[in-house]
Ligand binder design. Sequence first.
Ligand code: F6P
Length: 342
Amino acid sequence: MRVGILTGGGDCPGLNAVIRAVVRKAERHYGYQVIGFLDGWRGVVEDDWVGLNVESCRGLLPKGGTVLGTSRHTPFNLDNGMARAGDTMHKHDLDALIAIGGEGTLSCASEVSELGFNVIGVPKTIDNDVGCTERTFGFDTAVAVATEAIDRLHTTAESHARVMFVEVMGRNVGHIAIWAGIAGGATYTLVPEEPFDLDELCAALLRRKARGRYASIVVVAEGARPQPGTLEIAEPPVDAYGHKRLGGIASVIAQEVEQRTNLETRVTILGHVQRGGSPTPFDRVLATRFGVAAIDAAHAKQFGQMVALRGGQIELVALKDATANLKPVNSEMLEVAHAFFA
Ligand code: F6P
């Protein structure tokens, strides 16, 4: 069997661990050959690839980013993309293609699979928003980075008696914000799932001050939005793929809070720091389990499926179901966070 592999969309820690696991089991257990396409779907369309083997994957487990490169191209946004991708699959006599990615890459995998390609999906993203899986790898690392930042901000917040705003990633969902907020003991957390009320936030911060605890930490997901008509937020610019470039809402909120409450604020936007560097042990293990399960699925010809973590076990789910809806933060987690709002 010959298998292709690609990494698409925003990178995240653990991508290389999946590649290594796929290659190791493919070569040593099944005797399969693996090639890696460069820059996600672009490499498939443009027939741009590198050979992968156990030797070339040495040292990849703890390495952040992706050695294959990544992009937001798909066969649908490149000229004659599907036909060229088909030619590439044919030319290399590929029996299966393993696509590692988030919402965009996996939706593309689902469509491509319906058109007859033998595809298996592996869910990644620090946002943890892919449906039908309890976790995506990369999320645990991002939460660890954000929690460490919040821990550090606590001490300077207390020294200066300030309200510190910390903006984390999470364009459509607030998993990173809620987890880091709970882990870091935030005073308040704003997430896309719950349009916020600025008056309520200001009142909470003032209540806290009245109790003698002036310093506060407010965690803001980059995709957090105010309740309609309560605060003017400029529409973010979009990139070449129509992807909104978020970032900066915490500054708008902090300025407004300072004006309304007279509390001194500061803003930290964590940005891509959350996506860089070495994966945590949890993400290394999850990425490895996903990689092994993906090549097992290819061996079993279980195409059109995505590997997923469900009830602590690795299972296969239909790509179509996994990409139907994003996974929001559940109400239990939101309630846990609410219990600590000032
Ligand atoms: O989807 C993952 C993510 O990290 C989002 O949380 C964030 O909004 C986006 O990627 C940033 O993408 P880019 O790397 O294009 O700036």
